[in-house]
Design a protein around this ligand. Structure first.
Ligand SMILES: C[S@@+](CC[C@H](N)C(=O)[O-])C[C@H]1O[C@@H](n2cnc3c(N)ncnc32)[C@H](O)[C@@H]1O
Ligand SMILES: [Zn+2]
Length: 297
């Protein structure tokens, strides 16, 4: 079986022509067993199967434990089941061709532990009837948290996994056909720099009732419990063309282990006290309410 590193080198090669050095912005290439630019800045392509292009080590609130919880709840409890098809439906409704003879370069910014991108690529392959989904889509998952990328690379190989900063994307101008961001921050000027003309962007943000049962436990004031998607939506409308949206809402049953994972992975619960954690642990379902915003450059 080919090693994770060999596989990541192959995936790197599919992106190499579009990659730039995060330090000097010169082109990057695979040379002498390393990722390197013409100024000899070199970067690690780890045996675990990812490339590290973060300028220096960054500490984040997100650690390995959290990403393992996130993996279990996203991949095994299928917390967002069905959203990948909804995202593809948004694309096709807007006339985006899922297969046009060469793979689309797509990027997931703030990919976390990569489950959403993995399932999105998988669903894309199924829609196009391509057994090898990589023939239809060339995917790159990027996150600043190395622990998230480590978990992604451990479980999934249909994507190039990269530690990098979404506000300094190590790609050439106009190099991507499409981008995703799911519950992660955005930097629109930097994203638009790497988008081709007409490239699409789907941003997923919390809807009014996202995690409503947890919010009822930790937020005292009823009025403060509703998530208001309006400010993010307005910013999105101002930045992109052909904006449209879809709403995804499900109540998902969870067993006690899954509820414990949800509590661990949710920033909302990081400052909860013991009583609040106990009340949350006793829940047996959760509301997932998301807005999918679609726009084009
Ligand atoms: C709430 S998590 C969402 C993760 C994943 N998209 C999901 O929905 O499961 C937010 C993610 O954004 C990442 N992030 C925050 N700032 C970032 C930056 N400047 N560059 C890259 N990733 C960033 C965090 O490391 C974290 O993984
Ligand atoms: Zn360089």
């Amino acid at each position: 079986m080919e090693s994770k590193r060999t596989r990541a080198i192959q995936k790197f090669q599919t992106w190499a022509a579009d990659m730039t050095c995060p330090i000097c912005h010169n082109p990057l290439a695979w040379s002498d067993n390393q990722v390197r630019c013409s100024n000899n800045h070199s970067f690690d392509l780890a045996k675990q199967g990812y490339v590290n292009l973060a300028p220096n080590h960054q500490e984040t609130h997100y650690n390995k434990d959290l990403f393992e919880s996130r993996y279990r709840i996203m991949a095994e409890a299928l917390l967002y089941d069905g959203i990948y098809d909804d995202m593809l439906a948004l694309l096709t409704a807007q006339g985006i061709q899922l297969s046009n003879g060469h793979p689309a370069n797509i990027i997931d910014l703030g990919t976390g532990e990569g489950t959403h991108l993995h399932h999105f690529v998988d669903a894309w392959g199924k829609r196009t009837g391509t057994a090898e989904e990589e023939l239809a889509v060339n995917a790159l998952g990027l996150d600043l948290a190395k622990d998230g990328i480590l978990v992604a690379a451990k479980h999934y190989t249909n994507t190039l996994w990269m530690v990098a900063d979404l506000s300094q994307i190590p790609l050439k101008d106009a190099s991507i056909d499409g981008a995703l961001t799911i519950l992660s921050p955005s930097n629109y000027p930097e994203l638009q720099r790497v988008m081709k003309e007409n490239a699409w962007f789907i941003k997923v943000i919390p809807g009014p009732h996202y995690l409503r049962e947890l919010r009822e436990i930790v937020i005292a004031d009823e009025a403060d419990r509703l998530q208001d998607p309006a400010p993010s939506t307005e910013k999105f409308r101002a930045a992109f063309r052909n904006v449209t949206s879809a709403h995804y809402e499900r109540v998902v049953p969870l067993n006690p282990e899954q509820m414990a994972d949800l509590i661990k992975m949710t920033p909302l619960m990081w400052h909860a006290d013991a009583d609040q954690i106990a009340n949350a642990t006793a829940l047996d379902h959760i509301t997932i309410d998301l807005m999918l915003l679609f726009g084009q450059k």
